[in-house]
Design a protein around this ligand. Sequence first.
Ligand SMILES: Cc1cc2nc3c(=O)[nH]c(=O)nc-3n(C[C@H](O)[C@H](O)[C@H](O)COP(=O)(O)OP(=O)(O)OC[C@H]3O[C@@H](n4cnc5c(N)ncnc54)[C@H](O)[C@@H]3O)c2cc1C
Length: 353
Amino acid sequence: MGLATALAVRARLPSASILVLERGLLASGATGRNAGFACFGSLTELLSDVDSVGWDATLALVERRFRGSQALLARVGAQDAGYEHTGGWELIEPHTVGVLDRLEEVERALRPVLGAGAVLLDDARIGEFGFSRARVPHLVSLRREGALDSGRLMRTLLKACGAADITVWTGADVKAIASEGDHVRVEVGDLSLRAKHVAVCTNAFTRALLPDLEVTPGRGQVLVTDPVPGLAFRGVFHLDEGFVYFREVDGRVLLGGGRNLDFAGEATAELLTTERIQAYLDDLLRDVILPGQSVSVSHRWAGIMAFGPNKAPIVRTVSPGVAVGVRMGGMGVALGSGVAEELADLIVGSGRL
Ligand SMILES: Cc1cc2nc3c(=O)[nH]c(=O)nc-3n(C[C@H](O)[C@H](O)[C@H](O)COP(=O)(O)OP(=O)(O)OC[C@H]3O[C@@H](n4cnc5c(N)ncnc54)[C@H](O)[C@@H]3O)c2cc1C
């Protein structure tokens, strides 16, 4: 978000002096640790959202995710994002088959945003992909989805910032931000900087700087297997209202999720994996995704997402010269570039620059 916002501001203000401050070595938040899905919401996730906030708010968010992905690909190009239009699927488990009664309703509702056929029953591919038929009686295709390479995207954004004369400082831990008349004071290390405008893009870590914002961290845990000989699927896959997700990466399986097993315990910014959630992911791998295969795990990690009372991001001015673009609700890959454009409009529209 920080890099995308800097680029969006540069596109509007060719001669502004722009500095990005990142406390990590590179991006040390969710961006360097995610699954890289360009996704808009699976059938069970969308229905859960519709039941809690209604169709209008749900479709508005789907549209924001879709437009955000389009904005990202338009800005950096599919190749430099490592993007592939693989399509996505949701595995429907026995206890959720009732959602299929509403498949047509969802497909119709999504047409104005994603076009016809964005969600369709695709049971024929269950066997082809090799999933457990007992645990996955149905499969729903989400054909507008794709996958990108988060590391490559980050490198591309950094390169674009360099080319756009945007300075990036890493190891720059911002301790405080304060609006003071016509400028904003930013305390970083032993420096006190002055800016005409600041964009805060700290997602899950925002409350350390702006404690009044409703942003709660939510940890996402991931495992990656060793290469799986003859792996039968490509694409992005969802399970259980989007709480579980997996994909193929270089012949391996990347599998993440399970935050819903322990919402309270996972509402943390601690970058640790836990035995309980990793064991749950191991079980899913063995029993549902790769039944009958013995596969070893080569990597396990955690990243921190940001949530709130609803799934909409916060994009607004919080004090003179300070605007935020935070709380990506676990879908910042899809949302981020669109939110960056909104944030850049706010900053430029403030008239301070
Ligand atoms: C395991 C996992 C899987 C995910 N999968 C997907 C997916 O498939 N698709 C999708 O759309 N989204 C996914 N997400 C969510 C997505 O990664 C995030 O929504 C997105 O990366 C958020 O980007 P951001 O720039 O807003 O936040 P971040 O990437 O977290 O960046 C915030 C940055 O602010 C820095 N920072 C914080 N405080 C300070 C400070 N005081 N001073 C200086 N710097 C500071 C941090 O170091 C960090 O680098 C996933 C997230 C996780 C954790």
